[in-house]
Design a protein around this ligand. Structure first.
Ligand code: SF4
Ligand SMILES: [Zn+2]
Length: 365
């Protein structure tokens, strides 16, 4: 059995690398002193409403995607990176540029640091840059919450201790892409490159320093039917809650450029999830573990052919209900939703195993 999984993993790595093709070599040069993206938005911070700054630092990109494995089957974040690693000064200028967005804001503030990879990976963010950025945050007393994204292998006891020491008593949450709690699905459908035990180790290391975990859960990796994807996402959210994560953010797959998922989608061998599936996962998961964790979802490209979608007429109302649910954690927002396409979705759930993707393809015909 392990031999079969190993062979499937090889095929998947090979196909993922092929799908990426020459896109990485064609990455455009960016201004290394400006972040890839930054935005501010109202946010819930503890029990208050404040402002959150999100910054995507431009780095050389995710190691997993840069390496021979080709990265995850659904992700093209590497294309946001730069072919050359920015210098220490340039990375600090990127952070300062984003931080200045908060000049006129008052407490409480939240800062979310993304890199389209891992903030704790020293090949993306050298350790002196990491500590200097954290020290800049520590100096700003208005900032009460810090969210950082990283793959779990970089969440070591030393880095957790250092992060807690610098940031003091602020609320800290690490966003980690668990995707699925099933090792086989994470490996042969997503090509994620780490095991559940690595994720558990990261949760333990973070908890030791009172650092919370936001687990990202992927809805509908390739090679799963709609029903299997639904069941896997609910099970993963349940498992993540049992492992002690503070928040789950569920991400329905959207079709990103130069990915294996895009290749399969073009060949009509993959279809993004139905919005009904997104709604069902949220409702089922909330019924099971909603009292212990927050479950969030803000589907990218919802209602579009490259994102989670339904028939076209009901997409907007369901997407608004999903966003409403994420803010208030109230599943009654789904109660009155209905559309003729729900019958077709039920049919897909019951019969897709037999007829594969035929039913999913015809939802907009
Ligand atoms: S999903 Fe995360 S780990 Fe996977 S390739 Fe993208 S950035 Fe890297
Ligand atoms: Zn509909």
């Amino acid at each position: 059995m392990s031999d079969i999984i190993e062979r499937l993993e090889h095929i998947l790595v090979d196909s993922t690398v092929k799908a990426r093709g020459t896109s990485v070599a064609k990455r455009r040069r960016r201004n290394p002193t400006k972040p890839s993206a930054k935005w501010i938005a109202p946010a819930r911070i503890g029990n208050e409403v404040g402002v959150a700054l999100a910054v995507v630092l431009g780095t050389v990109g995710c190691s997993h995607a840069r390496g021979d494995s080709g990265g995850c089957t659904m992700c093209s974040y590497l294309l946001d990176g730069d072919e050359r690693s920015p210098t220490t000064d340039e990375l600090l200028q990127q952070f300062d540029n984003a931080h200045s967005e908060l000049t006129d804001e008052t407490a409480p503030l939240s800062v979310k640091i993304y890199t389209s990879g891992s903030f704790f990976d020293t090949t993306e963010i050298p350790s002196d840059v990491r500590t200097k950025i954290l020290a800049r945050i520590a100096k700003d007393e208005r900032i009460q919450e810090v969210v950082i994204e990283s793959r779990p292998e970089y969440v070591t006891p030393d880095i957790m201790r250092e992060t807690r020491d610098i940031l003091g008593s602020r609320r800290i949450e690490l966003g980690i892409g668990l995707e699925s709690s099933n090792d086989a699905i994470r490996s042969i459908c997503i090509n994620k490159g780490f095991s559940l035990s690595t994720f558990k180790g990261a949760v333990a290391n973070a908890k030791e320093y009172d650092i919370g975990i936001r687990a990202y859960v992927l809805l509908k990796p390739p090679f799963l039917t709609e029903r299997d994807a639904l069941l896997d996402a609910v099970k993963t959210i349940e498992d993540a809650a049992k492992l002690g994560v503070s928040t789950v953010s569920m991400n329905p797959v959207n079709i990103q450029k130069y990915t294996l998922v895009e290749r399969l989608w073009r060949k009509e061998q993959y279809s993004p999830p139905w919005l009904w599936t997104v709604m069902s996962v949220l409702r089922d998961a909330w019924n099971k573990v909603g009292s212990s964790i927050n479950i969030l979802c803000d589907p990218v490209a919802a209602g579009k052919v490259r994102g989670a979608h339904n028939c076209g007429s009901c997409d907007e109302s369901i997407t608004s209900a999903i966003r409403e649910f994420s803010i208030h954690q109230d599943i009654s927002v789904f109660d009155s939703l209905d559309c003729d396409c729900m019958r077709q979705w039920h049919h897909v759930l019951n019969h897709e195993d037999i007829s594969l993707l035929i039913h999913s393809r015809s939802r907009r015909s």
